[in-house]
Design a protein around this ligand. Sequence first.
Ligand code: NFS
Length: 630
Amino acid sequence: MSHEALKFDKIAGPLIEKAKQDGAETMWDRDVAMKSRCGFGDKGICCKICNMGPCRLSPVEGKGAQRGICGATADTIVARNFARMVAAGSSAHSDHARSLLHTLHMTSPDGDYQIKDEAKLLSLAKEYEVETEGRDIYDIAHEVAEIGLMEFGKPFGTQRFIKRATEGRQKLWKELGVEPRAIDREVVSIMHSTHIGCASDMESIYALTVKSALSNGWGGSMIGTDVSDIIFGTPTARQSEANLGCLEENMVNILVHGHEPGLSEMIVFASQDPEIVQLAKDNGAEGINLVGMCCTGNEVLMKHGVRLAGTFYQQELAVITGALEAVVVDVQCIFPALATLSECYHTKFIATSPKAKMEGARYIEFDEERALEIAKEIVTEAILNYKNRDRNKVLIPQEKNKSTVGFSINTIVGGLDKVVNSNVDQLGTVKPLADCIMAGVLRGAAGVVGCNNPKVAHDNSHLTIIKEMIKNDVIVVVTGCAAQAAAKAGLLQYEAKELAGRGLKEVCERVGIPPVLHMGSCVDNTRILRLVTEVAKYLGVDTPVLPVVGAAPEWMSEKAVSIGTYFVSSGVDVFLGTVPPVTGSARFTDYLTNGLEDVYGAKFTVNEDPVQLAQAMLDRIEEKRTRLGI
Ligand code: NFS
């Protein structure tokens, strides 16, 4: 089967052909069966929040139903639907952080989870005003965890981390009344205010949306990144490889897929256990080959160098190789279709989270109290399944590429110290990065993040935009599946500097880094937020002034909508490559793409053509430089 969205992908074609022969259904079959998307949903003008409807408004102004039965206009309905997307996205990211805080609370010197980055814990303890003097590190960790957990439900006050923002942002958020309070409260506020008969004023609904998004960016996700670094170690630069060519012919292949690092970390350790490795050998394999996908893939890649099988859209292709003994999943971005698909092969599809029980999956509940034991049980199941692999059904693509990953802020700042002959006092600061941008060696910086979406050619938009940026001396940081697209295309290797403009190439050569830096999972977009903030603080300006942009060229998830909203509210322009379901309201669309600039100093730009989107990003960077007088 051919599909427009796959033209760009060399390995998908043969695997999809194979799926057909194997009698397996894929997302592309379902995409065809869908024929077309619902036109009302696509424009955001279907309202189903009460049972008088669903009310579908006419997309044509002045013709047909212009209001729902309760009188809600397209502006109200679109704003409410958008708000609920953000609420769901903020919930997913933040609940991930909540799990990590519970794990932090159970760390112990002889347990499965320990403290790997004490310095980061102590710094967070200081920020949380936790006494550290003369105390056991685990006592400190447990108190920090309790305070972190209160960020979700505290009855009074605002998110503690907003103090990390520039003074300008803090002042603005206060003036606008959008300072985020407890994370859960902001989600509840949206659900309440968008209930039938509550808020109908579009701008006030958007303000609630901002609060929830900020409670994610400067709350849940930021807590997630910090706590993950504390428990599993702050990433440092390391080598790895990416794409389905990382699967091995003669090894037990296990794919970890999903998001929360608590499970995947334990699978890493279990698969390295000598007794377990021996068991694999006793069962006829040469060993165990662990590979990752989606944000779980990013977590184990950044922290252990575990190779990456691929991006979101490759989850089915990985199973179709016929070479996977197990797909182990927890939460988010997992196709329910993997259950039926796995039945066409010998692959065990193992769900582990009570938050995401999957119909048709083998369910082994993950419990942090017995983490390593359960991880060993899962890996053992995979090993015992090796003998069931049908060699006639195996097709492992050759494609894979080398990549350098693991760019936390510390890694970037430490590396860039080599660029400028900084005086010793300024080592370990963002000065070199700021200097390179001010001097025009780098024209600016771009974060390219987010998913794949069959509405556009997979990976094509990510790669087109990234290549345009680096060619024009814009350093790129990547997270999520965008990072994986870059890894597969070889853009995360040092040699990719040859695709960069003169200034960026020189920076790469002096520092020994690729022009595209992998900063982690989507939760780790907060690393980007903090880096931008530190540069702004160093220069004594607010974030909208900087020649910095963000892009989600192929986004599809509600998490991405929350991320986009917290970036714009934090003063960073966001460029989207798929259209959000808002076009049914000309006013709301105009608010997102124009009006927000007057309020937050940043806005959304939408264009499905990646070349035009990249040009818009470059234009914006140059416009900011001109305004800055540099
Ligand atoms: Ni992000 Fe992770 Fe990928 Fe999109 Fe899904 S994995 S949190 S949502 S698809 S980038």
